[in-house]
Design a protein around this ligand. Structure first.
Ligand code: MD3
Ligand code: FE
Length: 230
């Protein structure tokens, strides 16, 4: 079997790889916690089931999503936003498991963002054929905070674009256990995921789970001494 992009990627923790200023790939950073993370995803999904959201334009997303933490990301005919309750159940999103919070904080710290305290975790589920078209993450209150993403299960090819939708995108293979931190100048880059190839992983079967940790609340936190306009 030829895995192409994935041939040379070892499944052990590696030194940080900088995609560009602000974007850091931590290969294998979540490997030790992967089984525990997946168990926690199942517990979240038992209360807030995976569902296919509809875009404001009326298209059903091929990625299935759920959330945990104080805020969750949702999309419907009226737009994209973060909210405290699951529209499917009317209940608050399940709390963010401690293992999620700790991993996000450690990964952000390893990438130069100490003290990251996410208040939202969007959980994406992909099957073979599922894709995520190029977009920016612009619904959070404050772009000074990074986003941390954790890949679990079958491989994906991530598209890393530029500041404009039409900028040429790089392809980056993401494997089980890889963590990426996006901050600073990388925070508003266009990005997406190519349709997943057929594959199976021992812990997830034919699925990829992606956790993205965000700081979404609109209220400004303590003023950071680094970065931002004075
Ligand atoms: C770069 N998820 O949930 S994770 C998303 O694999 C999303 O499920 C993809 O894009 C996935 O919004 C990609 C990598 C990622 C996440 C957020 C970013 C890259 C990012 C925000 C800004 C720049
Ligand atoms: Fe995104």
């Amino acid at each position: 079997m030829n895995l192409g992009l994935f041939d040379e990627l070892p499944a052990t923790p590696q030194a940080p790889e900088w995609l560009e200023s602000g974007a850091v790939v931590l290969r294998g950073f979540a490997l030790a916690q992967a089984a525990q993370l997946l168990q926690a995803v199942e517990a979240v999904a038992a209360r807030a089931p995976f569902r296919h959201l509809v875009t404001p334009g009326g298209k059903r997303m091929s990625v299935a999503m759920t959330n945990c933490g104080p805020l969750g990301w949702i999309s419907d005919r009226s737009g994209y936003r973060y909210g405290p309750t699951d529209p499917l159940t009317g209940e608050r999103w399940p709390p963010m498991p401690e293992v999620f919070h700790a991993l996000a904080r450690e990964a952000a710290g390893a990438a130069g963002y100490p003290g990251f305290a996410p208040d939202a975790c969007l959980i994406n589920r992909y099957s073979p054929g599922t894709r995520l078209s190029l977009h920016q993450d612009r619904d959070e209150g404050n772009y000074d905070h990074p986003i941390v993403s954790v890949s679990l299960g079958i491989p994906a090819v991530f598209l890393w674009g530029g500041a404009q939708r039409t900028d040429k995108a790089r392809r980056v293979g993401l494997l089980h256990g890889d963590v990426v931190v996006w901050g600073g100048p990388a925070r508003l880059r266009f990005h997406g995921v190519l349709p997943l190839a057929e594959a199976a992983h021992a812990l997830t079967g034919a699925q990829r789970i992606n956790l993205t940790f965000r700081r979404a609340r609109q209220e400004p936190g303590p003023v950071s001494s680094a970065g931002g306009a004075a």
